[in-house]
Design a protein around this ligand. Sequence first.
Ligand code: MOS
Length: 701
Amino acid sequence: MTTTESRDTTTGTRGRTEIGAGINRVDGPLKVAGLAPYVNDFAPDNLCHGALVLSPIAAGRITGIDTAAAEAAPGVIAVLHHLNAPALADTSVKPPPPFQHTQISHRAQYLALVIAETAEQATDATRLVHVDYALTDPLVDPHDPRATPEEDIFGSDTDRGDPDAAFAVAEVVIDAVYTTAENTNNPLGLFATIAWWDGDNVTVRDATQGPAGTSTGLAKIFGLAPAAVRVLAPYLGGGFGAGLRVWPHIVATVMAARIVHRPVSVALTRPQMFTGIGHRPNSVQRLKIGALADGTITAVEHLSTITTAMHDNTFESVTDGTKSGYHFPNLRTRERQIRLNIPSAGAMRAPGEAPGNFALETGIDELAYALDLDPMDVRLRNYANVNPTNGFEWSSKALDECYSRGAELVGWRDRPREVGLLRDDNWRIGYGLAGVSFFWWQPPCTAEVTLRPDGTVLVQAATSDIGTGTYTVMGQLAAELLHVAVSAVTVELGDSAMATAAGAGGSGLTAALGNAVADACRQINERRGKSYAAMDSGQAVTAIGSSKPPDPAEVQLSPSGAFAARFAVVRVDADLGVIKVDRLVSVVDAGRVLNEKTARSQIVGGTVGGIGHALFEEALTDTDTGRVANATLADYLVPVNADVPPLEVEFVGSRDRYNGIGVKGVGEIGLVGVAAAIGNAIFHATGKRLRDIPFSLDRLL
Ligand code: MOS
C-alpha cells in the first residue's frame, strides 16, 4: 500500500469504513478551532498559581532560605520549600521529588514554589525568595577525572560468540568513535499541572502521556490508593517522551494544593522545559566492525557511554539495535553511564535507537566504502533472517522490501558509487542510506467498550492521544469489529479512572490498546450472538477487553517492531559547507496499517525530528556552571520548513503474525536512520566522513 499521496477520505459519510483508510483525525477540528481543552485551558473555581524558584548553582547545599519578603508580596498565599513541605510516603522514586532536603545536585533544581493569586504575582515574588548556599565544585564535564562510568545498570551488556578471535582474522576492521548531542523534547505545549484535593482524594490535570502511570506514581509518592489520585490528560500539546515520567513540578503542584486547600496551577516556562522534563542524553560510542572482503561482517564491538543525572538513572539502550539489527555472529556490547550534576534525562522519541543507529549505520557505510561495495549490498549480506538475540523467526520483517522499494524510488542503483562525482554548479550531491530495525514493545493494557442499543459505541481507556491519532484509529478499529460506522463510535481517553491502559510510549500503544479494544469487541460480539434479546430489550452491552503479549518462546516467534529503509539525497556547498536535504525517502514495514494518513503523519513528523537530530539540535551545557546555555527556542535550533524537503513515505509488508490485530508501532521509527542517511549522503557528496551529530557547518568545513 502506498501513501506517498495520502488519500483524503473523510470519516462518517459512509456506512462502513475499512481499517487502513486514511481518514482524518477525529480530534482535528477541535484542535484547529482551539476547542480541545489543554491543561492550561482549565480554571477551576478559586484557582491559584505557582511559580518555581530554581537553583542557580549546580552542586552544593542550601544553608538558609528567607521567604519573608516573598510572602509579603502582593497576592502571595504561601511559599513551599524544604522546611515546610508536607512529608511524602515514598521519596525513593526517580526522578527525586522536590523539597526533600538541602542538597542541590543540578542547576535549575526546584528549591521553592511561590503560590499566589495570579501567575504574574507568583513569578514576581520568586525573585524575593532569598536562598543561601554552600557551593561545591560541580561535576558537569564527562571528561572530568572525577567522572566515573557506571557499568550496565540495566543489564544490557551482551556477549555473543568470540569477537576477539573474529577481529584477529578479519580482512578489514573499521574502528571509530561517534558522538551524538544532547537533545531536548520541548513539545510546543508547555507542560502544566493543575491539582486540587477533596479530602484525601486528589485530582490532577497534567500533560502526561500516561494518566494511569502518573496516577500510580503519585499515589506511591503521597501514600494513597491509586483510586484516590485521578489524573486527567485528554489532550496535550506534544510529548515526544517528555510526558512519561512523574516530574518534580507535578509533585510540587500536588503538594501545594494540599497546603493551600485550593486548586493550584503550575505551568513551566520555555527555559524550564529544557531542564524540568528530561532530555535525550548525549552519547559517545566506540564502534568496531570486522569483516571479510565480500562484506560479511564477522565481529562487532559497540561501546556506549551516556551522561545521566546524579540521582537518577537513564534507560537509554544505545546498543539495542546492534544486537538484533543484523546477523552479527560475534558481538560485544557495553553500556555505561556517567553521573553528572545535570538535570534528569528521559525518553525522547526513539531513545537509544536514534543515537545507536547513527553509529551503526554510519559504521556499516564506512565498511562498504572501505571494501568498495555498495552500502545496500553490505546490509543485505548481513541481513538477520531470524532475530539473533533469541533465534526465533521474526513475526514479520519486510526490511528487504524496504531497501528494494526505496532504492527504486530514489534511483539508488543509477547513482555513481564513487564519491564526489555528482555536481550541480558549486553544489556537491550525494546519496546515503540507512537501515532501521526498531525494537518491539507492547505493555499489558485494558479497554472498556460499550455498545448501546441505538448502535452507538463508546471506547474508553486510561491513556493519552499525544497527537498520534489514537482517538481516530481506535474508533476505526471498534467500528470495523462491531460493524458500525466510524461516526457511531466515540473514543474517550485521558482519565486514569477509565480502564487501566498503557501509556503512549515506546511505539507500543496501538498494539497494546488495539488488542484490548479488539478483545472487548470480540466479547461484545459473542454476547450479541448469543442473545439478540438483550440488545432488543434496550440494554447496553459493556465489555472490558485486555491484551497481554504472549511469551515468544511459546509461540516460537520473535515479536517484531517496525523496520525501515531511509534514503537521503543531499547537496553540500563546496565553499560554505551549507547542507541541503534534497530528498528523504522512507519505506516502512509497519505491519498492518490501521490508518494510512495518521501513520504517514507519524513518519513525516518523526523524520522532521530526525533532520533536527542530524543537522541542528544540540542542547549545550556550560561545563563551568552546569547551565543549559541555549535554553530558548531561538538559540536551540530545530528544522524550519525551508530545511525540510517534501518527505516521501511508503509502507510495505503485511500484517504481523505475533500481534493479534497485526500492527506494529510507528510513533518513533520516523526519527531513526535519518542522521546516518544524511551523513552517509554527505560522505558520498564530499568524501568527508562526519561522525558527530549535529552536522553543523563548522564540523563540515
Ligand atoms: Mo516515546 S520516547 O516512547 O514518547
